[in-house]
Structure formats: structure tokens, C-alpha cells
Design a binder for this molecule. Structure first.
Ligand SMILES: [Zn+2]
Length: 310
């Protein structure tokens, strides 16, 4: 059995221009609607159940132009904008919420960073604030200069200054410290506590139950949303177990289930754990067609919404 299909990955989908944070980088709702028109005209949008059926047995009716829609990070956008649009069009999709932010009303550092950047009109000032925070914690000038040289490199989407800021707070600094500094900068720039902001940003468990009632698939995006390849095997297993307990609490499947790796990050240990725990499919952020071969089913590629017309 060997089938190929297209998976599209989405994050923020909302009316950005009219929102409180017009600087946030995401997909405008109208662009999303146009993209659904485009995808529906060229592909057959399939449900997670069709995909699972294909892998566990009956592949007879699997379309050769299949397309799967996936929504990462459990944003309220997915309940407010995406769900009604999918229901209207009689489409199904997969949603991957991280458990802790939803249950404990915390804010993922990666999201805090998005909003800091969305409201800061001077990124150089932001970097100076970050460096000042580090100087008060006795980091040497030599180290800070070395970081600037090594991490300031423009990407496809961001200028060098933004990349420096993101990399320092996403990977470079020790976990506890980068969380502490992110929280401090978030409160300074966005002017809200993480707890109150979290409630507006993510879906609730009731929202997720509603998604399931409407025929949507909800799968694992772990508990804390760590880079799994950066933590030890025991932590990886806890991350996965705690997300499965969360899925079971909201009534989502925990046998033949689907994993979506935060940041697309995993390693050989992750794959071994997932096999032991009845995980059937795993989505990465490698760009390309998804190849439904049982040997590679835990390492499926996806396209980003930006890879298709909007
Ligand atoms: Zn994520």
C-alpha cells in the first residue's frame, strides 16, 4: 500500500486587519476562504478517518488527489473562523492543540514572541531590551557579541534583527531563563498577563469537544510544546503520555491516533515511543507531498498555507 496526498498546515487564521493585533503574521480569513475554494477545485479534501482507514485496511476508495487540512496550536481562530467555514462547506480537518496552555491557561513562549513582535514597532529597541535583561544577569559582552554575530541571519520571512531576537528566546538561552525574559518582555510590550491573554488566544476544552462533535479530528501536539529532539527520552515520553491523557479527557481517540511534532522536531527515540503507544501517523514540517507508506507514516511532510494561492 502506497498512497500520496497533499497536507496543508495552518496556524493563525482570522480577520487580522480589523483585529487588536494587525501586526500578527497569519492568514487573513478571506485568504483562507479563497484558498479553500482553490483547494476544493483541485483536490478532494479528505478526513483523518479516511486517512486512517487507508493505513489500517481498506484503501480501495482513497482518492489519488487527496488533500488533508491541518491546524496547529489550538488557537481560538480555529473555533471562531475555521470551524464554521468547514462546517458550511461540509469538510473535515485535523486540529493539533498543545495540552498545557489550554488546560492551565499558560502562554507558549513561541506565541508570546509572536505578539511581542506584532506590537513592537522598533525591533532594534526590542533587541536592546533583551540584551539589557541579559546584562543584568551577568552575561558577558563577549558572549552577547558572539550571539549577535552567530544568530543575526535573515530568513525567507524575517530580517536579521527579528531572527536574532527569535533565536535567542527560542533556542539559545537556557529554558527557564528564556521563559522568564519572554514573560517580562511580553508584559512590557503587550501589557497583559499571560494568563488573561491565554484565555483569548486558545480554544477551551469545551471548544475542542464541539470540534469533535462537528466531525473534526483532534490529535496530539504534546503537552508543553517542546522541541522533542532537544529533551531526553523520559521527558519525551511524559510529553506524549500527558497529551494522550488530555485527548482522552476531551473524548479524542488515543488508539491509532495522529501526532503533530511541535516545530516539526523529533528524533529516533520519539519514533520508538510513538510506535509503542499505537500512534499511526506523524506530521512534520518537512515541505513536500505526504507519502502514506507504513515505514514512513510517522514522518509525513506537509505544505504550508503560503505554498498555495490565497
Ligand atoms: Zn505548534
Amino acid at each position: 500500500m502506497h498512497a500520496e496526498f497533499v497536507t496543508v498546515m495552518y496556524h493563525y487564521v482570522r480577520e487580522i486587519q480589523n483585529s487588536s493585533y494587525p501586526g500578527i503574521k497569519g492568514l487573513e480569513f478571506e485568504g483562507f476562504q479563497r484558498q479553500l475554494d482553490y483547494l476544493s477545485s483541485r483536490y478532494e479534501i479528505i478526513s483523518a478517518d479516511q486517512l486512517i482507514a487507508c493505513l489500517t485496511g481498506d484503501a480501495a476508495d482513497f482518492p489519488d488527489n487527496a488533500c488533508l487540512l491541518t491546524f496547529d496550536d489550538g488557537y481560538r481562530d480555529h473555533f471562531d473562523y475555521v470551524l464554521p467555514e468547514l462546517v458550511k462547506r461540509n469538510l473535515s480537518a485535523c486540529f493539533f492543540p498543545p495540552a498545557k496552555p489550554i488546560e492551565d491557561h499558560t502562554l507558549l513562549d513561541v506565541n508570546a514572541i509572536h505578539y511581542i513582535l506584532a506590537v513592537a514597532d522598533d525591533v532594534e529597541q526590542l533587541s536592546r531590551d533583551l540584551l539589557d535583561e541579559l546584562r543584568t544577569r551577568d552575561f558577558s559582552e563577549a558572549y552577547l557579541t558572539e550571539c549577535r554575530d552567530r544568530l543575526s541571519e535573515p530568513s525567507r520571512y524575517d530580517p536579521a534583527e527579528v531572527i536574532f531576537f527569535k533565536r535567542m528566546l527560542q533556542r539559545e538561552l537556557p529554558f527557564e531563563l528564556r521563559s522568564e525574559i519572554t514573560t517580562s518582555l511580553f508584559e512590557k510590550y503587550v501589557g497583559k498577563t499571560e494568563a488573561e491573554f491565554s484565555k483569548g488566544l486558545y480554544m477551551t476544552t469545551d471548544d475542542l469537544k464541539e470540534l469533535i462533535r462537528e466531525g473534526m479530528y483532534v490529535g496530539s501536539h504534546t503537552y508543553h510544546h517542546f522541541w522533542l529532539n532537544a529533551v531526553d527520552e523520559e521527558t519525551q515520553e511524559q510529553e506524549i503520555d500527558r497529551s494522550l491523557q488530555f485527548l482522552s479527557r476531551i473524548g479524542a481517540p488515543t488508539r491509532n491516533w495522529i501526532m503533530c511534532y511541535p516545530y516539526g522536531a523529533y528524533n529516533q527515540e520519539t519514533l520508538e515511543i510513538l510506535k509503542r503507544k499505537d500512534c499511526l501517523l506523524g506530521f512534520t514540517t518537512h515541505v513536500g507531498n505526504s507519502i502514506l507508506d507504513p515505514q514512513r507514516a510517522l514522518q509525513l511532510s506537509r505544505f504550508d498555507t503560503n505554498d498555495f494561492p490565497q
